[in-house]
Design a protein around this ligand. Structure first.
Ligand code: SF4
Length: 440
Protein backbone atom coordinates (compact mmCIF):
# COMPACT_ATOMS: atom_id res chain seq x y z
CA UNK A 1 0.00 0.00 0.00
CA UNK A 2 1.46 3.41 -0.92
CA UNK A 3 2.58 5.81 1.79
CA UNK A 4 0.03 8.36 0.54
CA UNK A 5 -2.86 6.05 1.44
CA UNK A 6 -4.96 7.84 4.08
CA UNK A 7 -4.66 6.08 7.40
CA UNK A 8 -7.34 5.84 10.08
CA UNK A 9 -6.70 4.73 13.65
CA UNK A 10 -9.54 2.98 15.48
CA UNK A 11 -10.24 2.56 19.18
CA UNK A 12 -13.24 0.45 20.16
CA UNK A 13 -14.63 0.33 23.70
CA UNK A 14 -17.75 -1.29 25.03
CA UNK A 15 -19.85 -4.36 24.57
CA UNK A 16 -20.04 -6.88 21.71
CA UNK A 17 -22.78 -4.77 20.12
CA UNK A 18 -20.38 -1.85 19.97
CA UNK A 19 -17.73 -4.16 18.46
CA UNK A 20 -20.18 -5.14 15.79
CA UNK A 21 -20.70 -1.45 14.90
CA UNK A 22 -16.93 -1.05 14.83
CA UNK A 23 -16.56 -3.96 12.45
CA UNK A 24 -18.98 -2.34 10.02
CA UNK A 25 -17.11 0.95 10.10
CA UNK A 26 -13.75 -0.78 9.64
CA UNK A 27 -15.13 -2.83 6.77
CA UNK A 28 -16.42 0.30 5.05
CA UNK A 29 -13.13 2.15 5.58
CA UNK A 30 -11.23 -0.72 4.02
CA UNK A 31 -13.76 -0.98 1.20
CA UNK A 32 -13.14 2.65 0.34
CA UNK A 33 -9.37 2.18 0.33
CA UNK A 34 -8.41 3.65 3.70
CA UNK A 35 -5.63 1.91 5.58
CA UNK A 36 -6.29 0.99 9.23
CA UNK A 37 -3.34 2.04 11.32
CA UNK A 38 -2.31 0.44 14.60
CA UNK A 39 -0.87 3.61 16.16
CA UNK A 40 -2.08 7.11 16.96
CA UNK A 41 1.06 8.66 15.53
CA UNK A 42 0.83 6.74 12.25
CA UNK A 43 -2.80 7.71 11.64
CA UNK A 44 -4.18 10.73 9.79
CA UNK A 45 -7.19 10.70 12.07
CA UNK A 46 -8.64 8.48 14.79
CA UNK A 47 -12.18 7.15 15.25
CA UNK A 48 -13.12 6.39 18.87
CA UNK A 49 -16.11 4.06 19.32
CA UNK A 50 -17.42 4.76 22.83
CA UNK A 51 -19.62 3.18 25.48
CA UNK A 52 -21.88 5.27 27.68
CA UNK A 53 -23.76 2.67 29.64
CA UNK A 54 -22.49 3.24 33.18
CA UNK A 55 -20.48 6.01 34.74
CA UNK A 56 -17.17 4.11 34.66
CA UNK A 57 -17.67 3.44 30.93
CA UNK A 58 -18.32 7.15 30.36
CA UNK A 59 -15.05 8.00 32.10
CA UNK A 60 -13.12 5.35 30.19
CA UNK A 61 -14.54 6.67 26.91
CA UNK A 62 -13.75 10.30 27.74
CA UNK A 63 -10.19 9.30 28.70
CA UNK A 64 -9.74 7.41 25.44
CA UNK A 65 -10.93 10.46 23.47
CA UNK A 66 -8.51 12.67 25.44
CA UNK A 67 -5.61 10.31 24.73
CA UNK A 68 -6.43 10.19 21.01
CA UNK A 69 -6.62 14.00 20.92
CA UNK A 70 -3.25 14.37 22.69
CA UNK A 71 -1.44 11.86 20.56
CA UNK A 72 -3.07 12.49 17.21
CA UNK A 73 -5.24 15.60 17.34
CA UNK A 74 -7.90 14.65 14.75
CA UNK A 75 -10.65 12.62 16.41
CA UNK A 76 -14.14 11.49 15.39
CA UNK A 77 -16.32 10.05 18.15
CA UNK A 78 -19.08 7.48 17.63
CA UNK A 79 -21.00 5.00 19.83
CA UNK A 80 -23.31 5.18 22.81
CA UNK A 81 -21.62 8.07 24.60
CA UNK A 82 -22.04 10.18 21.45
CA UNK A 83 -25.80 9.85 21.86
CA UNK A 84 -25.71 11.66 25.23
CA UNK A 85 -26.28 15.25 24.28
CA UNK A 86 -23.25 17.49 24.74
CA UNK A 87 -21.21 15.14 27.00
CA UNK A 88 -18.37 14.59 24.53
CA UNK A 89 -18.40 18.16 23.16
CA UNK A 90 -18.29 19.65 26.66
CA UNK A 91 -15.36 17.51 27.77
CA UNK A 92 -13.47 17.68 24.48
CA UNK A 93 -14.61 20.62 22.35
CA UNK A 94 -11.91 20.00 19.72
CA UNK A 95 -13.28 16.68 18.44
CA UNK A 96 -14.08 16.85 14.72
CA UNK A 97 -17.49 15.15 14.88
CA UNK A 98 -19.71 13.18 17.25
CA UNK A 99 -22.30 10.56 16.29
CA UNK A 100 -24.39 8.09 18.25
CA UNK A 101 -24.23 4.30 17.89
CA UNK A 102 -25.15 2.44 14.70
CA UNK A 103 -24.22 5.46 12.56
CA UNK A 104 -22.05 4.05 9.79
CA UNK A 105 -23.09 6.67 7.26
CA UNK A 106 -22.56 9.64 9.57
CA UNK A 107 -19.15 8.35 10.64
CA UNK A 108 -18.11 7.80 7.03
CA UNK A 109 -19.29 11.23 6.06
CA UNK A 110 -17.25 12.78 8.91
CA UNK A 111 -14.22 10.78 7.77
CA UNK A 112 -14.71 11.96 4.16
CA UNK A 113 -14.98 15.61 5.30
CA UNK A 114 -11.69 15.43 7.21
CA UNK A 115 -9.70 12.87 5.25
CA UNK A 116 -10.75 12.55 1.61
CA UNK A 117 -11.06 9.03 0.27
CA UNK A 118 -8.33 7.66 -1.94
CA UNK A 119 -8.96 8.06 -5.69
CA UNK A 120 -8.71 4.40 -6.49
CA UNK A 121 -10.65 2.40 -3.94
CA UNK A 122 -9.16 -1.01 -3.29
CA UNK A 123 -12.51 -2.65 -2.98
CA UNK A 124 -10.94 -6.00 -3.78
CA UNK A 125 -8.85 -5.74 -0.62
CA UNK A 126 -11.85 -6.36 1.56
CA UNK A 127 -12.61 -10.00 2.11
CA UNK A 128 -16.33 -10.81 1.73
CA UNK A 129 -16.63 -11.54 5.47
CA UNK A 130 -15.59 -7.93 6.22
CA UNK A 131 -13.02 -6.87 8.79
CA UNK A 132 -13.42 -8.30 12.26
CA UNK A 133 -12.12 -7.43 15.70
CA UNK A 134 -12.54 -10.89 17.21
CA UNK A 135 -9.93 -13.61 16.59
CA UNK A 136 -10.34 -15.34 13.25
CA UNK A 137 -12.15 -18.39 14.59
CA UNK A 138 -15.14 -16.75 16.30
CA UNK A 139 -17.36 -13.87 15.31
CA UNK A 140 -20.32 -11.93 16.66
CA UNK A 141 -23.37 -11.96 14.43
CA UNK A 142 -25.64 -9.01 15.18
CA UNK A 143 -29.21 -9.80 14.12
CA UNK A 144 -31.03 -6.64 15.19
CA UNK A 145 -30.55 -3.20 16.63
CA UNK A 146 -32.59 -1.39 19.30
CA UNK A 147 -35.21 -2.68 21.69
CA UNK A 148 -38.98 -2.44 22.16
CA UNK A 149 -38.79 -2.79 25.96
CA UNK A 150 -38.40 -0.01 28.46
CA UNK A 151 -36.62 -1.60 31.41
CA UNK A 152 -36.53 1.11 34.01
CA UNK A 153 -32.75 0.85 34.65
CA UNK A 154 -31.78 0.95 30.98
CA UNK A 155 -31.27 3.78 28.51
CA UNK A 156 -30.45 1.67 25.46
CA UNK A 157 -33.87 2.21 23.79
CA UNK A 158 -33.49 5.97 24.16
CA UNK A 159 -30.03 5.77 22.61
CA UNK A 160 -30.63 3.14 19.95
CA UNK A 161 -34.38 3.32 19.32
CA UNK A 162 -36.96 0.57 18.87
CA UNK A 163 -36.15 -2.89 17.55
CA UNK A 164 -35.06 -3.06 13.91
CA UNK A 165 -34.36 -6.60 12.72
CA UNK A 166 -31.78 -7.14 10.01
CA UNK A 167 -33.16 -8.98 6.96
CA UNK A 168 -32.78 -12.70 7.55
CA UNK A 169 -31.14 -13.27 4.15
CA UNK A 170 -28.51 -10.64 4.93
CA UNK A 171 -27.80 -12.20 8.34
CA UNK A 172 -27.46 -15.65 6.78
CA UNK A 173 -25.17 -14.39 3.99
CA UNK A 174 -22.94 -12.73 6.56
CA UNK A 175 -22.88 -15.92 8.63
CA UNK A 176 -22.02 -18.01 5.56
CA UNK A 177 -19.20 -15.64 4.57
CA UNK A 178 -17.79 -15.84 8.08
CA UNK A 179 -17.87 -19.63 8.04
CA UNK A 180 -16.26 -19.72 4.58
CA UNK A 181 -13.52 -17.49 5.97
CA UNK A 182 -12.71 -20.01 8.69
CA UNK A 183 -14.93 -18.98 11.61
CA UNK A 184 -15.75 -21.96 13.87
CA UNK A 185 -18.15 -20.21 16.26
CA UNK A 186 -20.93 -17.68 15.66
CA UNK A 187 -22.19 -15.69 18.65
CA UNK A 188 -25.68 -14.38 17.95
CA UNK A 189 -26.16 -10.98 19.60
CA UNK A 190 -28.75 -8.21 19.74
CA UNK A 191 -30.52 -6.34 22.55
CA UNK A 192 -33.35 -8.91 22.56
CA UNK A 193 -32.63 -12.00 20.48
CA UNK A 194 -35.96 -13.70 21.15
CA UNK A 195 -37.79 -10.67 19.68
CA UNK A 196 -36.04 -11.07 16.32
CA UNK A 197 -38.52 -10.33 13.53
CA UNK A 198 -41.32 -8.88 15.71
CA UNK A 199 -40.93 -5.50 13.97
CA UNK A 200 -41.39 -7.02 10.50
CA UNK A 201 -44.16 -9.42 11.62
CA UNK A 202 -41.80 -12.36 11.07
CA UNK A 203 -41.95 -11.81 7.31
CA UNK A 204 -40.21 -14.31 5.06
CA UNK A 205 -36.93 -13.39 3.46
CA UNK A 206 -34.76 -15.53 1.20
CA UNK A 207 -31.54 -17.36 1.72
CA UNK A 208 -29.93 -19.35 -1.08
CA UNK A 209 -33.18 -19.13 -3.02
CA UNK A 210 -35.36 -20.61 -0.29
CA UNK A 211 -37.85 -18.75 1.89
CA UNK A 212 -36.86 -18.25 5.52
CA UNK A 213 -38.89 -16.53 8.24
CA UNK A 214 -37.40 -13.58 10.13
CA UNK A 215 -37.80 -15.40 13.44
CA UNK A 216 -35.39 -16.72 16.08
CA UNK A 217 -36.26 -20.43 15.71
CA UNK A 218 -36.04 -20.42 11.92
CA UNK A 219 -32.85 -18.36 11.92
CA UNK A 220 -31.27 -20.62 14.52
CA UNK A 221 -32.13 -23.76 12.53
CA UNK A 222 -30.62 -22.26 9.38
CA UNK A 223 -27.48 -21.18 11.23
CA UNK A 224 -27.21 -24.74 12.57
CA UNK A 225 -26.90 -25.96 8.96
CA UNK A 226 -23.60 -24.13 8.57
CA UNK A 227 -21.79 -26.78 10.61
CA UNK A 228 -20.14 -24.49 13.20
CA UNK A 229 -20.82 -23.66 16.84
CA UNK A 230 -23.81 -21.33 17.19
CA UNK A 231 -24.30 -19.64 20.57
CA UNK A 232 -27.34 -17.56 21.56
CA UNK A 233 -27.00 -14.44 23.71
CA UNK A 234 -29.57 -12.05 25.26
CA UNK A 235 -32.57 -14.36 25.01
CA UNK A 236 -35.60 -13.40 27.13
CA UNK A 237 -37.68 -16.24 28.50
CA UNK A 238 -40.73 -15.90 26.26
CA UNK A 239 -42.69 -19.11 25.65
CA UNK A 240 -41.37 -19.52 22.08
CA UNK A 241 -37.83 -19.85 23.44
CA UNK A 242 -38.86 -23.43 24.28
CA UNK A 243 -38.68 -24.14 20.52
CA UNK A 244 -34.91 -23.78 20.38
CA UNK A 245 -34.17 -26.17 23.26
CA UNK A 246 -34.73 -29.33 21.14
CA UNK A 247 -32.29 -27.86 18.58
CA UNK A 248 -29.75 -27.75 21.39
CA UNK A 249 -30.55 -31.31 22.48
CA UNK A 250 -30.03 -32.63 18.94
CA UNK A 251 -26.75 -30.72 18.48
CA UNK A 252 -27.93 -28.24 15.82
CA UNK A 253 -26.76 -25.33 18.00
CA UNK A 254 -24.74 -25.21 21.22
CA UNK A 255 -26.64 -26.16 24.39
CA UNK A 256 -26.07 -22.69 25.82
CA UNK A 257 -28.60 -20.02 26.66
CA UNK A 258 -27.77 -16.55 27.91
CA UNK A 259 -30.95 -15.33 29.63
CA UNK A 260 -30.65 -12.10 31.62
CA UNK A 261 -33.16 -12.75 34.43
CA UNK A 262 -32.00 -9.75 36.55
CA UNK A 263 -34.15 -10.68 39.56
CA UNK A 264 -36.56 -13.25 40.93
CA UNK A 265 -38.97 -11.20 43.02
CA UNK A 266 -42.13 -10.54 40.96
CA UNK A 267 -42.46 -7.13 42.60
CA UNK A 268 -38.96 -6.06 41.62
CA UNK A 269 -39.23 -7.53 38.12
CA UNK A 270 -42.40 -5.52 37.65
CA UNK A 271 -40.74 -2.37 38.86
CA UNK A 272 -37.81 -3.09 36.54
CA UNK A 273 -40.38 -3.48 33.71
CA UNK A 274 -38.59 -6.61 32.55
CA UNK A 275 -39.79 -8.48 29.47
CA UNK A 276 -41.52 -11.79 30.25
CA UNK A 277 -41.50 -10.85 33.94
CA UNK A 278 -44.51 -12.96 34.82
CA UNK A 279 -43.10 -16.23 33.46
CA UNK A 280 -42.44 -18.97 35.99
CA UNK A 281 -38.75 -19.11 35.28
CA UNK A 282 -37.92 -21.99 37.62
CA UNK A 283 -40.47 -24.21 35.92
CA UNK A 284 -39.11 -23.16 32.52
CA UNK A 285 -35.53 -23.96 33.49
CA UNK A 286 -36.61 -27.35 34.79
CA UNK A 287 -38.45 -28.09 31.53
CA UNK A 288 -35.45 -26.97 29.45
CA UNK A 289 -33.16 -29.29 31.41
CA UNK A 290 -35.54 -32.19 30.91
CA UNK A 291 -35.33 -31.70 27.14
CA UNK A 292 -31.61 -30.88 27.08
CA UNK A 293 -29.83 -32.11 30.23
CA UNK A 294 -26.49 -30.64 29.10
CA UNK A 295 -27.79 -27.10 28.69
CA UNK A 296 -25.61 -24.34 30.15
CA UNK A 297 -27.67 -21.43 31.42
CA UNK A 298 -25.95 -18.07 31.91
CA UNK A 299 -27.66 -15.10 33.45
CA UNK A 300 -27.10 -11.68 34.96
CA UNK A 301 -28.69 -10.13 38.05
CA UNK A 302 -28.86 -6.82 39.89
CA UNK A 303 -28.80 -6.48 43.68
CA UNK A 304 -30.09 -3.41 45.50
CA UNK A 305 -32.55 -2.23 42.86
CA UNK A 306 -34.69 0.60 44.30
CA UNK A 307 -37.35 -0.83 46.60
CA UNK A 308 -35.59 -4.20 47.07
CA UNK A 309 -36.36 -5.42 50.58
CA UNK A 310 -34.59 -8.17 52.49
CA UNK A 311 -37.58 -10.36 51.58
CA UNK A 312 -37.15 -9.66 47.84
CA UNK A 313 -33.47 -10.41 48.13
CA UNK A 314 -34.17 -13.67 49.96
CA UNK A 315 -36.39 -14.65 47.02
CA UNK A 316 -33.49 -13.99 44.71
CA UNK A 317 -31.18 -16.21 46.77
CA UNK A 318 -33.81 -18.95 46.87
CA UNK A 319 -34.14 -18.73 43.11
CA UNK A 320 -30.39 -19.00 42.69
CA UNK A 321 -30.23 -22.01 44.96
CA UNK A 322 -33.05 -23.77 43.12
CA UNK A 323 -32.11 -22.80 39.58
CA UNK A 324 -28.45 -23.92 39.88
CA UNK A 325 -27.43 -21.73 36.98
CA UNK A 326 -24.08 -22.49 35.43
CA UNK A 327 -22.73 -19.01 34.82
CA UNK A 328 -23.85 -15.86 36.56
CA UNK A 329 -22.86 -12.21 36.51
CA UNK A 330 -24.16 -9.79 39.13
CA UNK A 331 -23.93 -6.04 39.65
CA UNK A 332 -24.94 -3.80 42.51
CA UNK A 333 -27.55 -1.42 41.12
CA UNK A 334 -26.03 1.81 39.95
CA UNK A 335 -28.03 4.73 38.64
CA UNK A 336 -27.55 5.43 34.94
CA UNK A 337 -28.12 9.01 33.89
CA UNK A 338 -31.48 9.31 32.14
CA UNK A 339 -32.91 5.98 33.42
CA UNK A 340 -36.46 5.94 34.80
CA UNK A 341 -35.39 3.89 37.85
CA UNK A 342 -33.52 6.90 39.24
CA UNK A 343 -36.84 8.43 40.23
CA UNK A 344 -38.11 5.32 42.05
CA UNK A 345 -38.65 5.63 45.81
CA UNK A 346 -36.75 3.62 48.42
CA UNK A 347 -33.29 3.70 46.90
CA UNK A 348 -31.14 1.10 48.67
CA UNK A 349 -28.07 2.40 50.58
CA UNK A 350 -24.76 1.59 48.87
CA UNK A 351 -23.44 -0.61 51.69
CA UNK A 352 -26.57 -2.78 51.61
CA UNK A 353 -26.32 -3.15 47.82
CA UNK A 354 -22.68 -4.24 48.18
CA UNK A 355 -23.39 -6.55 51.09
CA UNK A 356 -26.17 -8.26 49.11
CA UNK A 357 -23.90 -8.51 46.08
CA UNK A 358 -21.26 -10.28 48.21
CA UNK A 359 -23.84 -12.71 49.65
CA UNK A 360 -25.19 -13.38 46.19
CA UNK A 361 -21.74 -14.03 44.69
CA UNK A 362 -20.66 -16.31 47.58
CA UNK A 363 -23.71 -18.50 47.05
CA UNK A 364 -23.30 -18.58 43.28
CA UNK A 365 -19.61 -19.34 43.51
CA UNK A 366 -20.32 -22.42 45.57
CA UNK A 367 -22.94 -23.53 43.01
CA UNK A 368 -20.65 -22.90 40.02
CA UNK A 369 -17.71 -24.62 41.70
CA UNK A 370 -19.81 -27.70 42.42
CA UNK A 371 -21.13 -27.79 38.85
CA UNK A 372 -17.61 -27.51 37.42
CA UNK A 373 -16.29 -30.12 39.88
CA UNK A 374 -18.81 -32.61 38.48
CA UNK A 375 -17.12 -32.23 35.09
CA UNK A 376 -13.76 -33.54 36.34
CA UNK A 377 -13.01 -36.83 34.58
CA UNK A 378 -15.45 -36.19 31.73
CA UNK A 379 -14.49 -35.94 28.07
CA UNK A 380 -15.31 -32.56 26.55
CA UNK A 381 -14.93 -30.96 23.14
CA UNK A 382 -12.89 -27.79 23.37
CA UNK A 383 -12.46 -25.00 20.85
CA UNK A 384 -8.85 -23.80 21.03
CA UNK A 385 -8.50 -20.01 21.40
CA UNK A 386 -4.79 -19.57 22.05
CA UNK A 387 -1.65 -21.71 21.89
CA UNK A 388 1.57 -20.97 23.78
CA UNK A 389 4.18 -23.67 23.23
CA UNK A 390 2.82 -26.92 24.61
CA UNK A 391 -0.01 -25.23 26.50
CA UNK A 392 -3.27 -23.92 25.12
CA UNK A 393 -6.38 -22.14 26.28
CA UNK A 394 -9.77 -23.12 24.95
CA UNK A 395 -13.45 -23.25 25.77
CA UNK A 396 -16.15 -25.89 25.96
CA UNK A 397 -19.68 -25.32 24.68
CA UNK A 398 -20.45 -24.03 28.19
CA UNK A 399 -18.08 -21.05 27.90
CA UNK A 400 -18.73 -17.96 25.81
CA UNK A 401 -15.59 -15.97 24.99
CA UNK A 402 -14.70 -13.06 27.27
CA UNK A 403 -17.52 -13.59 29.77
CA UNK A 404 -17.31 -17.21 30.97
CA UNK A 405 -14.47 -19.45 32.08
CA UNK A 406 -11.78 -21.19 30.03
CA UNK A 407 -10.11 -24.59 29.82
CA UNK A 408 -6.34 -24.75 30.29
CA UNK A 409 -4.95 -27.54 28.12
CA UNK A 410 -1.72 -29.40 28.81
CA UNK A 411 0.25 -31.31 26.12
CA UNK A 412 -1.15 -29.11 23.39
CA UNK A 413 1.72 -29.29 20.84
CA UNK A 414 0.53 -29.00 17.27
CA UNK A 415 -2.82 -27.41 18.09
CA UNK A 416 -3.95 -24.22 16.31
CA UNK A 417 -6.47 -21.58 17.36
CA UNK A 418 -9.82 -22.64 15.94
CA UNK A 419 -9.18 -26.39 16.32
CA UNK A 420 -11.82 -28.52 18.00
CA UNK A 421 -10.30 -31.21 20.23
CA UNK A 422 -11.52 -33.86 22.61
CA UNK A 423 -9.96 -33.55 26.05
CA UNK A 424 -10.36 -35.04 29.49
CA UNK A 425 -11.05 -32.65 32.35
CA UNK A 426 -8.49 -33.10 35.12
CA UNK A 427 -9.29 -30.30 37.60
CA UNK A 428 -11.67 -27.41 38.26
CA UNK A 429 -12.00 -24.32 40.42
CA UNK A 430 -14.94 -21.95 40.82
CA UNK A 431 -14.52 -20.60 37.32
CA UNK A 432 -12.15 -22.51 35.04
CA UNK A 433 -11.23 -26.06 34.06
CA UNK A 434 -7.93 -27.84 33.41
CA UNK A 435 -7.61 -30.65 30.89
CA UNK A 436 -5.24 -33.01 29.09
CA UNK A 437 -5.53 -35.35 26.11
CA UNK A 438 -7.87 -38.25 27.06
CA UNK A 439 -6.11 -41.22 28.61
CA UNK A 440 -6.34 -44.32 26.35
S1 SF4 B 1 -34.52 -5.49 27.21
FE1 SF4 B 1 -34.43 -3.93 28.78
S2 SF4 B 1 -32.28 -3.98 29.46
FE2 SF4 B 1 -32.33 -4.97 27.47
S3 SF4 B 1 -31.94 -3.33 25.99
FE3 SF4 B 1 -34.17 -3.52 26.17
S4 SF4 B 1 -34.71 -1.99 27.69
FE4 SF4 B 1 -32.52 -2.35 27.91
Amino acid sequence: MSSSTPKVGFVSLGCPKASSDAERILTQLRAEGYEISGSYEGSDLVVVNTCGFIDSAVEESLDAIGEALNRNGKVIVTGCLGAKAGVVQNAHPSVLAVTGPHALEEVMSAVHDNLPKPHDPYTDLVPPQGVRLTPRHYAYLKISEGCNHRCSFCIIPSMRGDLVSRPVGEVMNEAENLVNAGVSELLVISQDTSAYGVDVKYRSGFWNGRPLKTRMTELTKALGELGVWVRLHYVYPYPHVDEVIPLMAEGTILPYLDVPFQHASPRILKSMKRPASSENNLARIKAWREICPDITIRSTFITGFPGETEEDFAMLLDFLQEAELDRVGCFAYSAVEGAAANALPDQVPEEIKQERLARFMALQEAISAEKLRRKVGSIQTVLVDEVNGDEAIGRTSADAPEIDGVVYLADAEGLQPGDLVEVQITAADGHDLWAAPPSE
